[in-house]
Design a binder for this molecule. Structure first.
Ligand SMILES: C[S@@+](CC[C@H](N)C(=O)[O-])C[C@H]1O[C@@H](n2cnc3c(N)ncnc32)[C@H](O)[C@@H]1O
Length: 239
């Protein structure tokens, strides 16, 4: 099945057309997608990015007491500091040893950070299914089609039936300043939708900039989003 998604005719058509500037296979087995400057790997002491904040603001309206969240690229662990509580599970992943040590040193309930390359062949640890997978830079550190699709295969296979893969237009369109970084890793929302489509996922716009990939027949998002807009309107009228 995975082979079909990686090399099937739909993937071939998409990658030979829309994504022709991306390499097919970087040939790396151990650490794909890490060929970038050190400065982008360790975000422990840097402020949460604005796109990550926007995703968390949307998540705040959707999260439930027992939600299972996978946070890919934990940075300063701000997501866990904001959402961790008894009954919730938050699994964080990173390639930075400093982020790993910092996240686990917080001793937040239900929060554990693991060293894991998202483009690698190991599925993330934690529960069989996640309600939310948060990755604000899913393509920014990309190396090749094989590893991008491998990452999405892991995400999709671990997503609950009404789960959401959350990202933001800005982080999606961001690429590192590493010498030789391929600018085509800056994805548009439509690019992301097309790749998600290979896995049977549909795109949902959750705010001006936050989007989700969701399984067909997943949750209806209009309810929470309408409530959010109504509450904002009430705040504005009251203020
Ligand atoms: C620019 S920082 C963003 C941190 C945080 N998400 C935020 O927006 O504030 C990029 C994050 O992605 C992680 N990262 C980079 N390449 C990765 C890879 N191949 N697999 C997993 N995480 C990766 C880095 O360790 C870091 O946590």
């Amino acid at each position: 099945m995975m082979d079909q998604k990686l090399h099937g005719s739909e993937a071939e058509r998409l990658f030979s057309g829309r994504f022709a500037a991306l390499p097919t296979d970087c040939g790396q087995v151990c650490e794909p997608g890490t060929d970038e400057v050190e400065a982008w790997r360790d975000w422990t002491d840097r402020p949460t990015t604005e796109d990550q904040v926007r995703i968390e603001n949307v998540l705040a309206d959707l999260v439930r007491p027992s939600s299972r969240i996978l946070h890919v690229g934990v940075g300063n662990s701000g997501l866990a500091r904001r959402f961790a509580r008894p009954g919730r599970t938050i699994i964080g992943t990173t390639i930075s040893t400093a982020e790993l040590a910092h996240g686990n040193s917080l001793n937040l309930p239900g929060y554990a950070v693991h060293a894991l390359n998202k483009y690698g062949d190991t599925s993330p640890p934690g529960p069989a299914e996640f309600d939310f997978i948060v990755d604000n830079n899913p393509t920014a550190f990309g190396c090749c089609r094989t590893h991008l699709l491998q990452m999405l295969d892991h995400y999709q296979s671990r997503l609950a039936r009404d789960g959401l893969i959350l990202t933001d237009r800005k982080g999606l369109g961001w690429v590192t300043s590493a010498p030789g970084a391929n600018p085509r890793w800056a994805f548009s929302v439509e690019d992301w939708a097309q790749v998600g489509g290979l896995f049977g996922l549909r795109i949902e716009q959750l705010s001006d900039t936050v989007v989700a990939l969701a399984p067909p027949g997943g949750r209806v998002l209009r309810g929470p989003l309408l409530r959010r807009l109504a509450s904002r309107l009430r705040q504005r009228l009251a203020g």
